[in-house]
Each structure stands twice: as structure tokens, then as C-alpha cells.
Design a protein around this ligand. Structure first.
Ligand code: ATP
Ligand code: MG
Length: 361
């Protein structure tokens, strides 16, 4: 069996550096590793509509934004299939059948959904589509027989849910679906990058993001306003590194070679942290360093984006072709699913024959 990747993002805004370290950077590495037979990258517009039904224009506007972020971050349409979820109706059909394999109680227990319901203030008025989106995500993953799903930590309960549905389906109807495995970043900080406010996860819906498309000036301003250690008032004061957003971001982005280039007084991040803890190291200095580190990673992405923005028809064509290609694979899986469930009546000669005989005895 081949190795197949499926992953994606909701077009609810431009992609931010949390997406980048949590999933996108890894996807590009996996794409270039040559280890995978197929890579499907989905712009999850149907899922985005589950909590944005009243703002369809927001979802629509962000399709191209996300596609531009993908391509500028290094996803290559010759190596992966980039597609739009709503253009694959087979995914919705699979969801309808999978709904029967999961209980309402099980969906209630999903910690990510629970948390997102609170975050979005849904309380008692949870859209049914939003509540059941883990089931729809199972369709997205299984339609492509994905073995590998590179995601941030918040998606682990979704993967668990998907694996349960796959096991249940296969045990009732026979082995058709593939159990996927999540690939989360090794780096603890990258699993769930906090926002620039240092509190919750960086999230498009919370407005605490550094976007991949932000200008160098915007990034600088966001870094300079970052929360550090409130007790580190004078440069000479000892400081705390834990929960200090600047250090959290350095944990996610800084590489040893950055020191020789931008801060040669230190050999590595540990030395920098030790100095901060001891006192004598100012916030402005670490913020400037973080700006340089971020700029090194983001400048090439920004440059590619500005080129791609001049070629929107080509970007649209990539999405159109990708959606046609993805649909073929999903349709093939749906056929197998319906055959296994024995609801492929007219393709099933034995059923046609048995029914004819039954009424002609
Ligand atoms: P929304 O607020 O609309 O849900 P989001 O910012 O959470 O948007 P998603 O499209 O839901 O983004 O997530 C896309 C992918 O990025 C998922 O794999 C998710 O785990 C990952 N991801 C999102 N935010 C972060 C983060 N702060 N740190 C690490 N990974 C993240
Ligand atoms: Mg999310």
C-alpha cells in the first residue's frame, strides 16, 4: 500500500506562522522527501462554512489567499494536488454514511470541538454542521485513503475520531478504509504556537496572528508589541523565559546558524535564555533578534507571493485542475464504500438477479 498525505486548512483568513510551523512547513518537507505516492492538500471551504454560514463572502475571499500562501510557502502543484473541498460532492455523501457510525455522545466528548464551541460563543445554538465536522473530516481523510495527516496538535482528537470510524466501518462492511496516522511537529512549541498575545493558540479567528503575507514592517511592529515578562522592567532585572512570547517564538523558529549571523555573542538559544534569566539582557535586543530570524524565513515566502499575485488565472487553474483530479480519487473510494455497504444496486448483478428470482418463484 502506498503512502498518501491528506491535509488542509479552512479558508477563514490568510495563513499565519502557526499554520506554517504546525503543518505547512512539514508538508513542504514531506513533499520534497519523495517518500509519498500522492499528496492531497485541501482548502476546506465546506468545513469553514459550518461556523461561517452567515459570512459566505469571507470563505469565498479567502480561497485565493490560502492558495497563494500554499504556493508561496513552497507547495508545488507538480508534486501535490491542491483542491477545493466543496467541489468534491463525494465527500458529502461519505459523511452521510459515516454519521451512522458515531454517536452524539462521542461527538460531545471531542475536546477540540468543545473548546471551539466555547471560543465561538455558540453555547446552545451550535450549528449541526459544526458539531459534526469531525465526521466530515473523516470523509476528507478516508476518501483519499490517506495514511499520513500532518497537522497541529489541536487536530489529534479529529484523527482519533477518524480512526474509530474507519475501524467501525471496516468491521461492519469489510476492509475498505485506511486508518490514518497524524504527524505532529517534534518541536513542542510548534505543535500549538500561541498568538502574539501569548495566551491562546494563534488562530485566525482570534486576531492574534503574524501572517505569512505580513510585510516586514508589520512583523516588526507585532514583535515589538509582544508580551514578554512583566517583571523584567530594567535591563538588569532577571527575566523569565517560560511563557515569554518572544522566547516561545524563538523556540519555534530559531536555528543555531542564526546566532553567527545576527547575534554572534551567543552560540545558541540556551545561552541567550541563560543570560535573560540572569539579567542584563534587554527585551528590545531579543525582539530585534526575533525579527531577523522571522524575516529570514518569511522574506522568500513574501517575495514568491508578490510574484504569484500577478498570475491569479494560473493559480485558479491549479485549483480547478486539482479539484478535477481529487474528485476522481474520491469517486473511486465512494464506489468501493457503496459496494461494501451493498447499496450499489444497479452495479450488482447478483442483487438484480436475486430480486428477479425472488418475485418469480
Ligand atoms: P480557525 O480559527 O478558522 O479554525 P485556525 O487558525 O485554527 O483557523 P485551521 O484552518 O483550523 O486554522 O487549521 C489548519 C491547520 O493548522 C491544522 O493542521 C491546525 O492544527 C494547524 N494550526 C492552526 N493553528 C495552529 C497553531 N497556532 N499552532 C500550530 N498549528 C496550528
Ligand atoms: Mg482551527
Amino acid at each position: 500500500m502506498g503512502k498518501i498525505i491528506l491535509t488542509g486548512d479552512r479558508p477563514t483568513g490568510r495563513l499565519h506562522v502557526g499554520h506554517y510551523v504546525g503543518s505547512l512547513r512539514r508538508r513542504v518537507e514531506l513533499q520534497d522527501s519523495g517518500e509519498f505516492d500522492k499528496i492531497f492538500i485541501m482548502i476546506a471551504d465546506a468545513q469553514a462554512l459550518t461556523d461561517n454560514a452567515e459570512h459566505p463572502e469571507k470563505v469565498r475571499e479567502n480561497i485565493i489567499e490560502v492558495a497563494l500562501d500554499y504556493l508561496s510557502a513552497g507547495l508545488d502543484p507538480d508534486k501535490c494536488t491542491i483542491f477545493i473541498q466543496s467541489q468534491i460532492p463525494e465527500l458529502t455523501e461519505l459523511t452521510f454514511y459515516y454519521m451512522n457510525l458515531v454517536t452524539v455522545a462521542r461527538l460531545h466528548r471531542n475536546p477540540t470541538v468543545k473548546n471551539e464551541i466555547v471560543m465561538r460563543g455558540f453555547e446552545e445554538s451550535i450549528p449541526a454542521g459544526f458539531f459534526t465536522y469531525p465526521v466530515s473530516q473523516t470523509s476528507d481523510i478516508t476518501a483519499f485513503k490517506a495514511t499520513t495527516v500532518p497537522v497541529g496538535e489541536d487536530q489529534l482528537p479529529m484523527l482519533e475520531q477518524a480512526r474509530e470510524i474507519v475501524r467501525k466501518f471496516n468491521s461492519i462492511y469489510g476492509d475498505v478504509l485506511v486508518e490514518p496516522v497524524a504527524v505532529v511537529p517534534d518541536n513542542e512549541t510548534c505543535k500549538r504556537l500561541p498568538g502574539t498575545d501569548g495566551k491562546a493558540k494563534m488562530s485566525k479567528s482570534l486576531g492574534n496572528c503574524i501572517y505569512l503575507a505580513d510585510s516586514a514592517e508589520d512583523v516588526k511592529q507585532k514583535v515589538m508589541n509582544m508580551y514578554t515578562d512583566p517583571n523584567h522592567i530594567k535591563v538588569s532585572d532577571p527575566g523569565t523565559v517560560e511563557g515569554n512570547t518572544v522566547f516561545t517564538y524563538l523556540d519555534a523558529f530559531c536555528k543555531p546558524e542564526h546566532f553567527a549571523k545576527y547575534l554572534p555573542d551567543y552560540n545558541n538559544l540556551e545561552e541567550l535564555k541563560d543570560h535573560y534569566r540572569r539579567g542584563g539582557l534587554g527585551d528590545v535586543k531579543i525582539k530585534r533578534f526575533l525579527c531577523a530570524v522571522l524575516d529570514e524565513e518569511l522574506a522568500p515566502i513574501r517575495a514568491r507571493r508578490s510574484e504569484l499575485q500577478k498570475k491569479i488565472p494560473e493559480v485558479l487553474e491549479i485549483l480547478r485542475k486539482g479539484s478535477i483530479e481529487a474528485r476522481k480519487t474520491a469517486a473511486q473510494t465512494l464506489d468501493e464504500v457503496k459496494a461494501a455497504m451493498r447499496i450499489n444496486y444497479f452495479d450488482d448483478d447478483s442483487w438484480v438477479k436475486s430480486q428477479t428470482e425472488k418475485y418469480n418463484q
